[in-house]
Design a protein around this ligand. Structure first.
Ligand code: SF4
Ligand code: SF4
Ligand code: SF4
Length: 354
């Protein structure tokens, strides 16, 4: 957590209005321009959330669900009986309407924190989803090479080869990936013994980025809470914004550094104490670097090369299982149009940003 020492916090006009139930007046406040700076196709991109602007309207959540609906799982029933029987079925397909937490069908949700800080009431809304870590343990430690970080900073899970073992969730400091049972490659290999579905999370609208568009949540926000751009530029903006509001930054150093930065007029430890956390509801804790852990480092060093090979084999298996109906271009029901190359390792994305 990065702290810019304030003499006195500015709770921001918008949030102060929100605390008085007048958040909608934010529409009348001057807007700053959203960055649309062109970046090189392989440049690391970062998103910046100005939390002093967010009124919690949920338009970004709806936009995310709409833009990514074609990637959501369509499970096959009945689900295979799992051994041992303690392996839990996770079925969100009958609860697709849930929007107050992360699920395989809801990759973004709004957390709200209310309280008092230095004698003033505050109400801060925080859009939560995958942080797209710079050195992501979910990708480094996936035994099947199904999760990968691309050169533009996108971290995504290949649903064609993910077996749903949830290692990514176990090692994620925020427990972001969510499992859906009854879908994916495990049904075609060892349905009762290996895996239990597929893990889903925000993929930062990699397909929109590939077309030079912004992520749906960034584009849809009426208050221009988010912007996205090259890392150096966005980090500098985050620091300038934090200085301007005597505020605080989250995401720059957490888990060794992420490509999602939040700036808030209220310290994040106070926000963390004020939000509801639990399954599908990540905290705002300091999140130490998971890849600095010796066990994780050793595991990554030993298994990363193997995971790349396993991922290649699983990808071939997936194509065979699907009869290579689409030439490996995706099945339109959750598979990316192209699988991340050489999953398990940082990839060499050729996707243009703009
Ligand atoms: S980020 Fe924007 S669209 Fe999303 S809840 Fe906040 S104000 Fe609404
Ligand atoms: S937030 Fe969790 S799921 Fe997202 S990149 Fe980081 S470790 Fe992976
Ligand atoms: S970047 Fe895309 S997938 Fe991620 S939360 Fe935003 S709209 Fe959803």
């Amino acid at each position: 957590m990065k702290k810019n020492k304030p003499s006195k916090p500015d709770l921001s006009r918008r949030n102060f209005l929100a605390s008085l139930g007048l958040g909608g007046l934010g529409l009348l406040l001057p807007q700053t321009a959203t960055a649309a700076t062109a970046a090189s196709k392989d440049e690391e991109l970062v998103t910046l959330h100005d939390l002093s602007k967010c009124v919690g309207c949920g338009a970004c959540v709806e936009a995310c669900r709409e833009a990514n609906a074609h990637k959501f799982p369509e499970p096959t029933r009945p689900f295979p009986k799992m051994y041992p029987s303690t392996v839990k079925v996770e079925d969100w397909s009958t609860k697709r309407q849930v929007t107050d937490r992360l699920t395989p069908y809801n990759w973004l949700y709004i957390q709200s924190a209310r309280g008092q800080y230095l004698g003033q009431r505050f109400e801060v809304h925080i859009p939560r989803r995958c942080m797209h870590c710079q050195n992501p343990p979910c990708a480094n430690l996936c035994p099947w090479g199904a999760a990968a970080r691309e050169t533009n900073g996108v971290v995504r899970i290949d649903d064609k080869i993910c077996l749903g073992g949830a290692k990514c969730k176990t090692v994620c400091p925020w427990k972001i990936p969510m499992r859906q049972t009854g879908v994916g490659l495990y049904l075609d290999i060892l349905p009762s013994l290996a895996g239990n579905g597929v893990m889903y999370k925000c993929d930062r609208c990699y397909d929109r980025l590939a077309k030079g568009q912004k992520p749906a949540c960034v584009e849809s926000c009426p208050y221009e809470v988010q912007e996205i751009g090259p890392r150096a530029e966005i980090v500098a903006k985050a620091h300038a914004l934090a200085r301007s509001m005597n505020g605080y930054i989250y995401g720059e150093t957490e888990n060794g550094g992420t490509n999602s930065l939040y700036v808030s007029p209220v310290p994040f430890d106070i926000l963390d104490a004020a939000i509801t956390t639990g399954p599908g509801k990540p905290d705002l804790d300091k999140a130490p670097d998971m890849m600095a852990d010796e066990t994780n480092m050793a595991y990554a060093a030993l298994f990363a090369p193997v995971a790349g090979i396993v991922a290649g084999a699983l990808r071939i298996g997936s194509r065979l299982a699907n009869g290579d109906k689409d030439g490996g271009k995706g099945d339109g029901k959750g598979a990316p149009p192209t699988a991340p190359p050489d999953a398990g390792q940082p990839t060499d994305s050729k996707e243009p940003w703009s």
